[in-house]
Design a protein around this ligand. Sequence first.
Ligand SMILES: [Zn+2]
Length: 415
Amino acid sequence: MNGRQISATTRVLALGLSAAAFGLLASLPAQAQPRTAVNDPIRDLVGRLDLEAYKATIKGLSQFGDRREGTTRNRAAVDWIEAQLKSHGCTNTERIKYTYNAPPQPAQVAPSLAPQRGTTIASGEVRQGAGGSRLRGITLPVTPNSSLEAQTDPALRALNAELPMPGPREQVYCTKVGATRPDEMYVVGAHMDGRSFGEAADDDASGTALVMELARVFSAPDVVTERSIRFALWNNEETGHQGSQAYVMQREPLQGKEDPPGSGRYPEPRWLGMIQHDMMLWDHGMPRPDGTVSATQRPEADINIEFQSNSKLAAASMALAFLVRDANEKYATDYPAAVGNHMTNTDSSEFMGLVPAISLRENERGMQIGAGWNPHYHQPSDRFTSYSDQDFRLGLNAAQTTLSAIAQLADAKLK
Ligand SMILES: [Zn+2]
């Protein structure tokens, strides 16, 4: 099959499944019709994304170091994100409050300075990765850095020195309210907390900045969406998704309830889908046998959209994944997207039993990130300066991809 045939097949698959599985996509006839450049508001909206603005937001988040949950630097980052959302016109910000009593900190482990060598998986050998994935080729162990001393920059070491305290936690979201269906909503998310004493630039300032950029574009005064869109910046992802878990526990029962009755206001619109963004920048390929990874992006770099085939709503989540892939084909300027079925280890896992849920990443979490493809993953080197414009452009293309998909799903128009 050539690419055109694959695309047509996935479109039929996505639309057919969605009609059966969650109905909503069937209400989008406009999507099946070719749009021309002049009458396509989605192309206009995608054009409002910009590499320099995306980079500036990642840089802005990096001023709070690794933004580890339960610290002053994490709380300062939540305040900064809220101020940015408001300045972008997403003024109805709200906070979710919950408590996280962190377990006692394990002793800090100094990193091994001995270079690790790659392990080649033998022909026919089946090695399991996270989320139901299967590891292939050359793999490296992924061990999170837990040593402050491993950060070689003294200023960043000082910024990251405070350890988490148990107690209250907060996270922020804002909402584009739908014009005619304010009671229905898509949730677009990323986690703002990080770890490992760097700047958590890729994990996950890159996803956080993407969500903030989408909030900016959709909040422009000339943009109308028929359905609502919520832009959520989770806390406590790195300790086990407690922020998104708190959101689901507190808000899930409120879905679709008009409050006050007759007001036309829906504090928690009914959830139609959830799209998570976690590590958006680095796609440099498999480790080499000597344990090194290419310093430059691989020519085949792509965005990885994943759903979880073991989840209750797998069919509807798969339909959503292929719809997002199709949006990438139409609107992303540089990089393609691929769909995988092993979504894992991120906040969308908290939603997948309740609503169609997918994640977008630089690589598949189980088979690739989990096999050592990103040498900065949970390391002190996850800093803004560790990435090139090519890397940032991969993240920007993920922003274009989600923006164009959500614009279709929420039925965005320009006044
Ligand atoms: Zn992450």
